[in-house]
Design a protein around this ligand. Structure first.
Ligand code: PRP
Ligand code: URA
Length: 209
């Protein structure tokens, strides 16, 4: 069974609460999401392997750790996942970015794939799938299915807010994928929105409603 990491950090909690407020304008919402993504990125990358290298400092020579694996792919689930990319790239400017376009059908709540573009040989990289919302879990499960079908083996999932239903589904379908979330909310409502959540993340990031 995969691990679920819930961030318990006052900076993240404070920023997320600001994002939840219905009155928070798009510009601030987007900035807060970027900032939280960067903070969460520290934890998501915590167990990345390092190797010792020899470095000449201005004073002497020493052996120090540097990242071993230098091929990382950040995969936002479009659209809302795009809001988490810049924060992650601040932390890992050397990372590649792949895109998966998924949209939930408004009546069935099932995800429909409309775009897919990955870096060459990405299947050998460490992949971090990012999406602010993990509601039913359908989008995340489909995105991970797509990546695994193409041979990807090392995947982790980073969400801002998750519903217990979404976590359960991802753990059932992808027990090898660790999940990182800033908060686990109460439940889903009849429209499969997270309660209390923060509303429609894509609309709030891009100001489309
Ligand atoms: C939202 C969100 C997730 C999905 C979560 O995207 O960004 O991708 O819903 O729901 P699920 O866990 O029930 O699948 P949406 O379909 O609204 O598209 P958007 O990002 O283009 O707004
Ligand atoms: N997608 C969102 O943007 N918000 C939700 O609460 C659920 C799915």
């Amino acid at each position: 069974m995969s691990e679920v990491h819930v961030f318990d950090h006052p900076l993240i909690s404070d920023k997320l609460t600001r994002m939840r407020r219905a009155s928070t304008p798009t510009q601030e919402f987007r900035l807060l999401l970027k900032e939280i993504s960067e903070l969460m990125g520290y934890e998501v990358t915590r167990n990345f392997e390092t190797q010792l290298v020899t470095v000449e400092t201005p004073v002497s020579t020493g052996t120090f750790p540097m990242l071993k694996e230098n091929f990382f792919t950040i995969v936002p689930i479009l659209r809302a996942g795009l809001g988490m990319v810049d924060g992650m790239l601040e932390l890992m400017p050397f990372a590649h970015v792949g895109h998966i376009g998924l949209s939930r059908d408004e009546t069935t709540h099932q995800p429909v794939e409309y775009y897919y573009k990955m870096p060459e040989n990405f299947e050998d990289s460490i992949v971090i799938v990012v999406d602010p919302m993990l509601a039913t879990g359908g989008s995340a499960v489909d995105a991970i299915d797509s990546l695994k079908k193409r041979g990807c083996k090392n995947i982790r999932l980073m969400n801002l807010v998750a519903a217990p239903e979404g976590i359960k589904l991802v753990q059932e379908k992808h027990p090898d994928v660790d999940i990182y979330v800033a908060a686990i909310d109460e439940c889903l409502n009849e429209n499969a929105y997270i309660v209390p959540g923060l509303g429609d993340a894509g609309d709030r990031i891009f100001g489309t409603k």
